[in-house]
Ligand binder design. Structure first.
Ligand SMILES: [Zn+2]
Length: 408
C-alpha cells in the first residue's frame, strides 16, 4: 500500500500509486504506517519551569517517541488560564516546528479551584480542552459550572480525580505493600469518589467529561456504566499504569522515579486496567509526561514530586505489553493512540483518509531495544524504565508531510 503526501495532507492512498516526478520516497517496507499518534496528556513546563522541560525539548521528545501531536497541561507559570499564555505556547510550538502542540486551558484562575477561568477566550485562542490537572477540583459547584460553560464551546473538561483528604498526604498505593515498607498510602477510593461525583455532574449538565489517567477497577466500572447510559464520558490510562505495580515501588528501594499520581497500583488494578483497555472502556492511552529536574527527585520518596517522563516510552510500552502481550491488536492500539484521541479533543488527524493531515507514525513491531534515558531528548530523565527491554518501537515520525524524526 502506498501513500502520496502533498501539501501537508494525504493526497492519495492505495496500491501501487503512480509516483509524480521528483517525489521523495520513504520506504516503509516491513514497517507499520499508522496515522500520527496523539498524546492527550503531557506537561511541557514552559513557560516558567524551563529547567524541567521546554516546548522545544518536549516537542523533540514527542516526535522521538512516535507522537505527532501533544496536548499540554496548564500548570505552567504563569498558568495557562489566559489567552495570552495559550497563544504563547502555540507560537513557541510553531517556531520549534516538530510536533503539533495543543494547549489545554486551565479550568480555574491560577488553578485555584475557586474562580472559573475565561474558558471561551482560551478556546478562541486555541485551547482544545480545559483542565486543572494535578489540582483536583474540590468545589463541585465550580466543576458543574465548568462542565456547563465548556459545553457551550464544545470542548471537554479533563479532570484529575482525587479527593485530597482521602489521599491524606500519601505517596504510594495504599495496600499490603505500603504497610510493609512503611510509606503512607493513597487509597483507591480517593480516585473513585471523585470519578463518581463527576460522572453524576456530567449527567446533570450534559457536559463532556474526560477522566484522566484512571487506575482503579471501580473508577473504570463507573465509566462503563456512564457509557452504557450514553453519557459524554471518556477515559484515558497512562502507559506506566498497566506495566508497573506497587511491588515495583518496593523493589526500587524508595527511588522517587517510581512515584506517580495516581500511584502505581497493585496487580489487581493492573489486571482491571488491561481488561478495560481490551473491552473499550478506555478511550486513550497517554504518556502523562511529567519531567522533573534531577535535583527535585533527589529527595526522599515521601517528599519528592509526583511524576515520571513518558513521551519516549509510552509507545514501546504499549506495543510490548498490549500488542505483543496479546491484550489488543494493532488496529485497536491505533484507535487508542490516534483515532480516539483526535475525536475526543476534536483535533485534526487520527486517520489516513485522503485529505487528512500528512501526520504519520512509522513502527517497527520487531525491533527490540533497551530503554536508555541517556538517549532521551527530554531535558528530564525521571523514568522507572531504564534498562527495560521492550519489543516494538517507533522508527520515524512524519508531521505535515515532513520527516521530523527518524531512528538512527
Ligand atoms: Zn498530568
Amino acid at each position: 500500500m502506498d501513500l502520496l503526501l502533498e501539501g501537508g495532507v494525504v493526497a492519495a492512498a492505495g496500491e501501487r500509486l503512480d509516483q509524480p516526478a521528483q517525489t521523495k520516497v520513504f520506504d516503509a517496507a516491513g514497517m507499520v504506517v499508522a496515522p500520527g499518534f496523539i498524546d492527550l496528556h503531557a506537561h511541557l513546563r514552559e513557560p516558567g519551569f524551563e529547567h524541567k522541560e521546554t516546548i522545544a525539548s518536549g516537542s523533540s521528545a514527542a516526535v522521538a517517541g512516535g507522537f505527532t501531536a501533544v496536548c499540554c497541561m496548564a500548570d505552567t507559570d504563569p498558568v495557562n488560564d489566559d489567552p495570552s499564555v495559550t497563544e504563547f505556547i502555540s507560537k513557541r510550538a510553531q517556531q520549534v516546528g516538530l510536533a503539533r502542540i495543543y494547549p489545554v486551558g486551565a479550568l480555574s484562575v491560577g488553578l485555584n479551584g475557586v474562580e472559573m477561568a475565561e474558558i471561551g477566550e482560551m478556546v478562541r485562542a486555541g485551547a482544545v480542552a480545559v483542565s486543572d490537572d494535578r489540582r483536583p477540583v474540590a468545589n463541585a459547584q465550580l466543576f458543574r459550572r465548568a462542565l456547563e460553560y465548556a459545553r457551550s464551546f464544545d470542548v471537554p473538561v479533563a479532570v484529575h480525580s482525587e479527593d485530597l483528604d482521602l489521599s491524606d498526604g500519601g505517596s504510594m498505593h495504599e495496600g499490603a505493600v505500603s504497610t510493609r515498607i512503611g510509606l503512607r498510602g493513597m487509597p483507591t477510593s480517593a480516585e473513585e469518589v471523585m470519578v463518581a461525583r463527576d460522572v453524576l455532574l456530567a449527567d446533570l449538565t450534559g457536559g463532556r467529561l474526560h477522566l484522566c489517567h484512571l487506575s482503579t477497577p471501580t473508577a473504570l466500572d463507573l465509566v462503563r456504566t456512564a457509557k452504557q447510559r450514553k453519557l459524554a464520558v471518556t477515559s484515558e490510562v497512562a502507559a506506566h499504569q498497566f506495566v508497573l505495580t506497587d511491588e515495583d515501588v518496593a523493589g526500587a528501594d524508595y527511588n522517587p522515579n517510581w512515584k506517580t499520581n495516581p500511584p502505581l497500583r497493585s496487580a489487581t488494578e493492573v489486571e482491571a486496567i488491561l481488561q478495560a483497555i481490551y473491552d473499550g472502556t478506555v478511550d486513550a492511552i497517554v504518556s502523562d509526561h511529567e519531567p522533573h529536574h534531577a535535583d527535585e527527585k533527589e529527595l526522599d520518596f515521601a517528599d519528592a514530586p509526583f511524576g515520571i517522563v513518558g513521551l519516549e516510552t509510552a509507545v514501546p510500552l504499549a506495543l510490548d505489553r498490549l500488542v505483543h502481550g496479546r491484550v489488543i491488536g494493532l488496529t485497536q492500539l491505533v484507535r487508542l493512540m490516534s483515532t480516539r484521541p483526535a475525536e475526543i479533543f476534536g483535533l485534526p488527524g487520527g486517520s489516513l483518509r485522503e485529505g487528512a493531515p500528512a501526520d504519520l507514525t512509522v513502527l517497527d513491531l520487531r525491533a527490540v531495544r533497551t530503554v536508555d534515558p541517556g538517549n532521551f531528548r527530554s531535558r528530564a530523565h525521571n523514568t522507572p524504565f531504564a534498562g527495560m527491554r521492550l519489543k516494538g518501537w517507533p522508527v520515524a515520525t512524519i508531521v505535515g508531510g515532513e520527516v521530523v524524526w527518524q531512528a538512527s
